[in-house]
Design a protein around this ligand. Structure first.
Ligand code: HEC
Length: 157
C-alpha cells in the first residue's frame, strides 16, 4: 500500500516536471524591449481579450515583411505587451502590465498557420494558453490574407 502511494507520488512528480519542461520550452525573446515599438494602442471593448492598453514590438528583421504584409521568413517574431487601464474621471490611465504574447514564424506549427503562438504572464512565465483554442481563431479569421498577422504596418506608429 505504502509502496504504491510512493509510486503514484513519483509518477505525479515526473508528469508535473515534464509538463513544466514542455511549457518552459518557449521563452520570450531576449531584449525584445529594444525592438521597434508601436505607438500605444487602446482597446475599450471589455469583451475583448485585448481590453486595455498594448504595444507591439516587431523584430528588425521582421520589418520588411511587416511593411509588405507578406513573405515572413522563418524565425520572424512579434511580441505584444498588455497593460490594464483605469478610467480616472473620464481619462484612461495605464495600469499594471497583465500579459505578454509572442508569435514566431515556425513552419512546424502547421495547426496554427506556420506560426508559434505563446502567452506569458506579466512576469514573463508561460501562462499555458492553448495556441489553437486561445489564439489562432482570431488571427485566422482576421488576417488569412496577411499570413495571420492582424496589425498593419500603416498603423504601427
Ligand atoms: C480576440 C481575438 C484575438 C485572440 C484570441 C488573440 N489575438 Fe493576437 N491579435 C489580435 C488583434 C486584433 C491583434 C492586432 C492588435 C493591433 O492591431 O494593435 C493581434 C495581434 C497579435 C500579435 C502581433 C502581430 C499581429 O498579428 O498583429 C501577436 C504576437 C499576437 N496577437 C499573439 C497572440 C497570441 C499568442 C494569442 C493567444 C494567447 C492571441 N494573439 C490571441 C486578436 C486576437
Amino acid at each position: 500500500m505504502k509502496k504504491s502511494a510512493a509510486l503514484v507520488a513519483l509518477l505525479v512528480i515526473t508528469i508535473a516536471a515534464s509538463a513544466a519542461l514542455a511549457a518552459g520550452k518557449v521563452t520570450l525573446p531576449k531584449g525584445y524591449e529594444q525592438w521597434p515599438k508601436s505607438k500605444q494602442k487602446i482597446v475599450t471593448d471589455k469583451k475583448s481579450l485585448f481590453y486595455g492598453s498594448h504595444y507591439i514590438y516587431v523584430e528588425k528583421k521582421t520589418m520588411p515583411a511587416y511593411q509588405a504584409g507578406k513573405g515572413y521568413p522563418e524565425g520572424s517574431r512579434f511580441v505584444v505587451v498588455f497593460y490594464n487601464i483605469k478610467d480616472e474621471g473620464g481619462k484612461l490611465v495605464e495600469g499594471k502590465k497583465n500579459m505578454i504574447v509572442l508569435m514566431k514564424r515556425d513552419k512546424k506549427q502547421t495547426a496554427t498557420g506556420g506560426w508559434l503562438f505563446a502567452g506569458f504572464g506579466s512576469d514573463g512565465k508561460p501562462s499555458g494558453l492553448d495556441p489553437v483554442q486561445n489564439c489562432f481563431g482570431c488571427h485566422q479569421k482576421d488576417a488569412a490574407d496577411r499570413e495571420f498577422v492582424i496589425s498593419r504596418y500603416g498603423e504601427f506608429k
